[in-house]
Design a protein around this ligand. Structure first.
Ligand SMILES: [Fe+2]
Length: 292
């Protein structure tokens, strides 16, 4: 039987030290539209009501990842699949579902304490996305908001949860890092986006390594790099092209210390023909900095 899979990484919630720093960074560097709502920031990047919620908790880390299920039937099989794999699923209250603006919401925890929410519902709004910096748009839709890369202390436990529990499919692996301290990253997909999640087996107190946002043109990557430089945003990794998803991107520090990858041209996977493989370096060219 084909495992049930989540459909897309629909939203994430971040806990940060300074809402005002994030408001400035999101507006002036990322080019996202920002709504201040009840002591939180709601970042909009497409027709979804919001894709990133930011609250001031001081964690400077990810607090929650929200995945869309295509329909109620797939939600029920997902709950059964998670239970069978040994993971506890908790129904959300009506208030919690209303706060996320979804019809049906449940939650569970990944093996490292990250809250995972699964929902059924349409989170699109009538309001179009208008970038305060003139970004033409972000590649989202059924590919979700982009991707996240998580630090995981136990690779096997992570794979058990994300592949056997949530139904992610293996895209490929990259071995990277200095000799003697190399790590093997696992890239997983749940829709045509090459990966919605990647797992870095490094035992760190923080959960989030980076978030990737994909713009709709190479020019918008360049304009993003210009804005980051003009705002003195630290560039963690120069512009480059990844070996596996062929994304042309650069990495910059957020006010919370983790990175945002800002890119264009990510490969899309057709599961009918996809062959998994392993790469021995993260980038074809560029990405000089902390990746190489
Ligand atoms: Fe990435």
């Amino acid at each position: 039987m084909i495992p049930t899979s989540v459909a897309e990484l629909a939203y994430i919630e971040l806990g940060v030290s300074s809402l005002s720093d994030w408001q400035r960074y999101s507006t002036e560097v990322l080019g996202l539209s920002v709504k201040v709502d009840n002591e939180s920031l709601l970042l909009k990047m497409d027709t979804s009501i919001w894709r990133i919620k930011i609250v001031e908790t001081g964690e400077d880390d990810i607090r929650c990842a929200g995945f869309k299920m295509v329909d109620e039937a797939s939600m029920h099989s997902m709950i059964e699949q998670l239970n069978n794999a040994g993971f506890t699923v908790t129904p959300a209250s009506n208030d919690e579902a209303t706060a996320r603006q979804v019809e049906f919401l449940v939650s569970c925890q990944d093996p490292f304490g990250l809250r995972i929410e699964l929902f059924v519902g349409d989170r699109t709004s009538d309001l179009p996305f208008v970038s305060p910096q003139g970004v033409n748009g972000f590649i989202t839709g059924d590919q979700g908001l982009g991707h996240i890369v998580l630090f995981v202390a136990d690779e096997q436990a992570a794979i058990e949860f994300y592949q056997n529990g949530l139904g992610f499919r293996l895209s490929d692996h990259i071995t990277m890092g200095p000799k003697g301290r190399q790590i093997n990253l696992t890239f997983l997909h749940c829709n045509p986006r090459h990966h919605s999640i990647a797992l870095a087996p490094v035992p760190l107190p923080k959960k989030l390594n980076h978030i990737m946002l994909e713009v709709t043109s190479l020019d918008d990557v360049g304009f993003g790099l210009d804005r980051a430089t003009a705002q003195s945003t630290p560039i963690s990794s120069s512009i480059g092209c990844h070996t596996n998803d062929q994304m042309v991107s650069f990495y910059m520090k957020t006010p919370s210390g983790f990175d945002i990858e800002y890119g264009f041209g990510g490969l899309q996977i057709d599961d009918e023909t996809w062959q998994t493989t392993s790469y021995d370096k993260p980038s074809i060219w560029g990405h000089k900095g902390n990746l190489n």
